[in-house]
Write a protein that binds this ligand. Sequence first.
Ligand SMILES: NC(=O)c1ccc[n+]([C@@H]2O[C@H](COP(=O)([O-])OP(=O)(O)OC[C@H]3O[C@@H](n4cnc5c(N)ncnc54)[C@H](O)[C@@H]3O)[C@@H](O)[C@H]2O)c1
Length: 257
Amino acid sequence: MSTNSTVRFDGLRALVTGGGTGIGRATAVTLARQGAYVSVAGRTEATLRETIDEIRAEGGQGQAVICDVSDEDSVKNAVSVAAGEQQRLDVAVNSAGVSGGDALRPLADYDTAQFDRMLTVDLRGTFLCMKYELALMADRRSGAIVNVGSGTSLVGVPGFAGYVAAKHGAAGLTKTAALDYGGLGIRVNTVAAGLVETPLVATGRSEETMAARIAQHPLGRIAQAQEIADAIVWLCSGQSSFVTGAIIPVDGGYTVH
Ligand SMILES: NC(=O)c1ccc[n+]([C@@H]2O[C@H](COP(=O)([O-])OP(=O)(O)OC[C@H]3O[C@@H](n4cnc5c(N)ncnc54)[C@H](O)[C@@H]3O)[C@@H](O)[C@H]2O)c1
């Protein structure tokens, strides 16, 4: 259960990309629980449907929107559908992303196709979503965007060139958009998450690898998606009204080292 459950989003329209699973799903369900109409966007209809079922089971409202964030027309359409007849978008959470898995390589050995994939989804995808979200928010001179980043938005990780480059780049987009749109009252922030128990980290990782990664977090454990969603929802809300351009670690101390 969210810790900031008193914040209400009644009458507001929200878009959550990557909302079919993990951090995106927890965020979408929380925003809907707190009154928003939530458009849940992603590539896989079945998982989007599960999120919508969860939202409706709690009495919330929302819709599923098929979207590939690396495809500009698909993003343009998804943002427009999310904004509905009045073309209104109050909150956007860009959580869609892919990780480099455990295929760690020093940069000279890093697979170029893998690098391109990371940049296409995690950086270009974030750019495309922000581009169309901000256009709508600028029309109404209000809105809040939260990009879901990582410890890799702030620090390097050996062998992880593609993901680190993409997440650092997306952090740069957050800062630039905060400068571009602060004068219109639009806030743009990044939550830099530590290790979170989601499908992204669950696949293809040995117990040893997971234990080593958990040990890098001073709190000594992996996070639950809700712990990241709570920070995201705070950044979407008026409770964070003087926060913009921030890359906020929610990482169990991972980036303290
Ligand atoms: N899980 C972690 O440990 C962790 C840590 C730091 C940051 N993150 C970030 O959190 C975000 C969410 O990841 P998660 O952990 O919830 O994992 P996840 O795999 O559950 O969520 C990612 C979602 O993005 C979707 N997606 C992937 N490519 C897409 C595309 N081209 N178009 C549309 N949707 C696409 C996936 O289908 C999935 O639903 C990602 O940006 C990830 O980089 C995760």
